[in-house]
Design a protein around this ligand. Sequence first.
Ligand SMILES: [Zn+2]
Length: 386
Amino acid sequence: MLAGHLWDGTGAPPRPDAALRIAGERIEWCGPAGGLGSNAGSEVIDLRGLWVLPGLIDAHMHFWGLSPGGATPADFQTRLETAQQQARDLLHAGFTTVRDLGSPMAPYLRDASAEGALETPRILAAQVGLTGARGPWLVPQPSWWEARVIRGSESAREEVMRLHEEGVNVVKIGASTGPRAEGFGDIPTLTEEEIRAVCDSAHTWGLPVAAHAIGSEAVRRCVLGGVDTIEHGYGLSDEVCELVAASNAWIVPTLRTRAMRLAPESQATSREQMDTLQRGVAAGIRYAAGTDSVGDAFTRHGSGNALEIELMGRVLTPEAALAAGTREAARMLGLDGEIGTLRPGRSADLIGVHGDPRRDLSLLQRVEFVMRSGRVARKAASVAGG
Ligand SMILES: [Zn+2]
C-alpha cells in the first residue's frame, strides 16, 4: 500500500511518500515508498493522494437499534437489523473499533462479526449496566437496555460474576445520576465500598470497569474504588481533577452527544464539559475519545462520530485529539499491542483522508478509505484502483 503521508499514531512526525506491506490481517512492514519492492501476485493499493492513519476508535457508544428518526424502538429483530446497518455505517466511516457501554444488541453483533457473518468494527460489549438502589440513573427506557441494581458488596460481586459468565468484555456501572443540568442531578448512586467490590471482582476475572460518573463526589468514589475508565466525568473540582490525574483512571468526556442537542440545558452541559476538560488537561488527566452516540436523530452512527475528536481538538492539541481517537483509546482499552498505531505486527486497521487531519480535524468525518484487519471495507470512488 502506498500512502501520500503516513501518520502512524506513534508520535513520530508524519512521513511523506510512505508504504505499508500487509500480510493477511497484519501490517508486516512500514517504510519509505521506495523500500516496498515488488512481490509478484500482491496487490498495490494506491493511496498516494491521501493521509493514512490508524482506524478510529469510539470508546463509548451504544447500539440501541433505534429507528433512524429516533422513534421508540420496534421489536427486537427490527432493532437488531437497524443496529447491523449502524455497525456497517460506523465501519465505513472509519471506526474500526468501538466499545458499546450498554445495549442488548452489541453481543450479537460482536459474535456474528467474529464468525465472519457481519461486517462491523471490532466490538467490545458491556451489554448491561450495574447501578445502586438510589436512582434514577439515566436509562431512558428500561426496554432499550438493562440496568441491574446492586445492594452492597456481596451483591456487587455476584452481579459481576454473572456478567463474566454472560461473556461481557467490560463491566459498566452507573455511579451517579446525570446529566445534571438536564434535571437528573449528579447524585452518587453507589458507595465507595460497592464500587471497590465491583472493581476487585471484575479485575479478578480480567475485566475492566467503566463508570458513568458526573460530579466530584461520584468521580472521587470511582477513583478510590479502582475504576479503569470514567465516562462523562465533568462537573469536577480542581481537587478531584488532581485525584484522577494521579490515578490509573482515564476519562472519556463524551462531548458529541450534548453538543448536538440544541436545548439550553444541553448547551449548558456542553459548556460545563468543555470547562472540566480544560482543567483536566491542565491537571494531566489521560483522555480517550468516545461519543456516547446512541443512533438517534441527534447522534446517528456514522461519520458524525468523528465530531468527538474535533470537539476534543478545541481544548487538546490536534495531535493529542487524534491520539485520543486512536493510540490513547487503544491503550485505555488494553489493545495497544493490537490497534491504535500503524506498526509492524499490528492489525491492519487504517483509514485514508484527503489532507492533513492535524490542520483540519473535520476531515475525519469524510473518510475516503477504510481497512479493518487487512480487509478493505470502503474505498471511495476518488481513490485510485489497484
Ligand atoms: Zn453511554
